[in-house]
Design a protein around this ligand. Structure first.
Ligand code: MLT
Ligand code: MN
Length: 309
């Protein structure tokens, strides 16, 4: 299966447009150890011709331009992008859908909850309903992803809920400390090939490790996991924000209850941090924190990364 990182950054990307944190400053200055990242998305393909996007970032137009396998190949109108699977309704995961307008056939997969968010925002009708079908995914039910012509894309996706919260722009403080979040707000994907072999887990947002999640991931070949922050209070301490990672629905990489510690006993063969916030020191090739994660067997995603297997 072909697995490509289109965008390794979190919401806002790296460098975020209004950020002058030293990380962002270095990236903007062209420092080769501080490579920019576009916003959160990966692309999967069983045959190298038909591609399925997992999330559609606001940078999708650039990502298509940067990745020739996503360019039109035939006739006057064509796209190798046959389907999009959404893991939540974050701006960084849905805004790119607006790039996919223009009556191009496509299947759009998401939970009923996330589909209802799109339904409630009529701007998404630019995805002409005559060409773009909206396909509900049920938690824990394996689903064969189909191309618009009904042929299988060769990927079987099992969506499952992970700890998280409703998208930032849908938070409702009147609904208590979880802002009215439900299970279907934040999902992860287990992706199998047509032969039923699990190829990867894609978990771009996760608020904490649970026993059930650890059991699912144990022994996996490849896991792409939420690497938003290095420490929970990173944005507060750096003066760039007022929220902790927990408040934003993201567990942090370091610390006793962090991601590195949680993965240590799981025996995952290839572990990749993705959805990296502009303040995260692991973004920098020459940081101590980068050395710490690579020392624990982790890789840090960058745009264009190839994880085929
Ligand atoms: C997140 O992952 O926390 C969100 O993408 C934040 C945002 O919408 O900016
Ligand atoms: Mn996000």
């Amino acid at each position: 299966m072909k697995v490509r990182v289109l965008g390794a950054g979190a919401g806002g990307g790296y460098p975020q447009w209004n950020c002058n944190h030293p990380n962002s400053h270095r990236a903007r200055g062209g420092d080769p150890a501080a490579r920019p990242r576009t916003q959160s998305s990966i692309a999967l393909s069983a045959n190298g011709a038909d591609w399925v996007l997992c999330n559609a970032s606001p940078d999708l137009r650039q990502q298509i331009g940067d990745n020739p396998f996503l360019h039109p190949r035939e006739g006057l109108r064509h796209s190798p992008i046959k389907a999009v699977v959404l893991t939540n309704a974050d701006v960084d995961h849905i805004a790119g859908l607006l790039n996919l307008r223009e009556s191009q056939p496509l299947r759009l997969y998401a939970t009923e909850r996330v589909l209802s968010v799109l339904e409630a925002n009529s701007v998404f009708n630019v995805l002409n309903p005559a060409f773009v079908s909206r396909e509900p995914m049920r938690l824990d039910e394996p689903l064969s992803i189909l191309c618009p012509d009904g042929s299988p894309a060769g990927l079987v996706v099992t969506p499952f809920a992970v700890p998280g919260k409703v998208a930032l722009w849908l938070e409702d403080e009147s609904k208590g400390p979880d802002f009215g979040s439900v299970e279907e707000d934040t999902i992860a994907l287990e992706v199998r090939d047509a032969a039923g072999v699990t190829r990867l887990f894609y978990v771009p947002a996760c608020a904490r490790m649970t026993d059930a999640l650890a059991a699912r991931l144990a022994g996996a070949e490849l896991v792409l996991f939420d690497g938003t922050l290095w420490t929970d209070d990173e944005m507060i301490r750096s003066g760039t924000g007022v929220k902790t990672g927990r408040r934003m629905g993201h567990m942090s990489i370091s610390g006793e209850d962090g991601t590195m510690a949680a993965f240590a006993p799981l025996g995952v063969r290839r572990k990749v941090f993705i959805h990296l916030n502009t303040t995260n020191p692991v973004l920098l090739d020459d940081s101590e924190e980068r050395r710490a994660v690579t020392g624990q067997g982790w890789e840090v995603a960058c745009d264009g990364m190839v994880l085929d297997g």
